[in-house]
Design a binder for this molecule. Structure first.
Ligand code: RB5
Length: 157
């Protein structure tokens, strides 16, 4: 799978652990973010790069890490076709795909340890979308997305 992993300074340790684990499993991995937690960056920058790659279909999945995961989630969900899920346990990692078909996983770097974060990524990648009634709900999200992004485009031009 082609996966992009991005973080700001608050997610460096988890990002590096996730990248190493994904590469060891044979995934094609792109990495975005600072090399050290002492190099501060702004989470919208990395989130936008990864979310745009997913939105354009250039990669299959994205993983984003900031301090709380909240900022990265807000940014990633601004992009067409991106369903970013902020996850803190294995149940959420599994159901983010089973019910929400989440194509971006967001993790809180200041809450999780790297080992548990790697575990959550594995659970998320192993899960499959349940479809059925959940597909109808995804279609409703897509309608809302189309309606609201049209308005924003009008406002910005
Ligand atoms: C950076 O200090 C922090 O604000 C950021 O990592 C993230 O938690 C934002 O939502």
């Amino acid at each position: 799978m082609r996966i992009a992993v991005g973080s700001d300074h608050a997610g460096v340790a988890i990002r590096q652990a996730v990248v190493e684990s994904l590469r060891a499993e044979g995934h094609e991995v792109e990495e975005y973010g600072p090399s050290s937690s002492t190099h501060r960056t702004d989470y919208p920058d990395e989130a936008a790069v990864v979310a745009a790659r997913v939105s354009r279909g250039e990669i299959d999945r994205g993983v984003l890490i900031c301090g709380t995961g909240i900022g990265m989630s807000i940014v990633a969900n601004k992009f067409h076709g991106v369903r970013a899920a902020l996850v803190v346990n294995e149940f959420m990692a599994e159901y983010a795909v089973r019910h929400n078909n989440a194509n971006v996983l967001v993790l809180p770097g200041r809450i999780l340890c790297p080992e548990y974060a790697v575990r959550l990524v594995k659970v998320w990648l192993a899960a499959s979308f349940d479809s059925g009634r959940h597909l109808q709900r995804i279609e409703k999200i897509e309608k809302i997305e189309a309606q609201n992004f049209k308005k924003l485009e009008g406002k910005n031009t």
